[in-house]
Write a new protein. Structure first.
Length: 141
């Protein structure tokens, strides 16, 4: 049986998402983002975080939402997938939740029509949280 894992919960618009805490290095307030010419549309640019240059993804664009301006509640979740770091812009990032695999609905019928990086939907006392697998989202091999 799979163990309960911890997930960083963040929101985009009025929806909540979770990513495995094993992929999260830190959560930062957004700083100056430098645009990169000809970068993929979802890459907002790069930041210099304590000497490391990190690409910043517009998570809203990645997940099919309309982009929005960065505000006081915006956070950048610095993630690590294998040996790569990437920052994900979140409207808010506010808690870590322990979620049992039995609380994640991975119904094949549901997942057939969604992107392969969605692991499932967790039910946290009536709150629905979409669990994202970053390794599949960015397909780093």
């Amino acid at each position: 049986m799979e163990e309960t894992k911890e997930y960083v919960i963040f929101s985009l618009k009025d929806q909540e998402f979770g990513i495995d805490i094993k992929n999260v290095k830190t959560i930062e307030r957004p700083g100056k983002i430098t645009r990169v010419p000809k970068a993929p549309e979802f890459i907002k640019g790069v930041i210099n975080l304590r000497g490391e240059i990190i690409p910043i993804a517009d998570t809203r664009k990645l997940l099919g939402f309309q982009s929005k301006e960065i505000d006081i509640a915006t956070r950048v979740i610095i993630t690590e997938i294998e040996d790569y770091s990437i920052g994900l812009i979140a409207d808010r990032a506010y808690e870590v939740e322990r979620i049992s695999p039995t609380n994640i609905d991975v119904s094949q019928k549901f997942l057939e029509n969604t992107n392969s990086y969605i692991k499932g939907i967790a039910n946290l006392n009536g709150r629905l949280v979409t669990i994202i697998e970053l390794e599949k989202m960015f397909a780093i091999k």
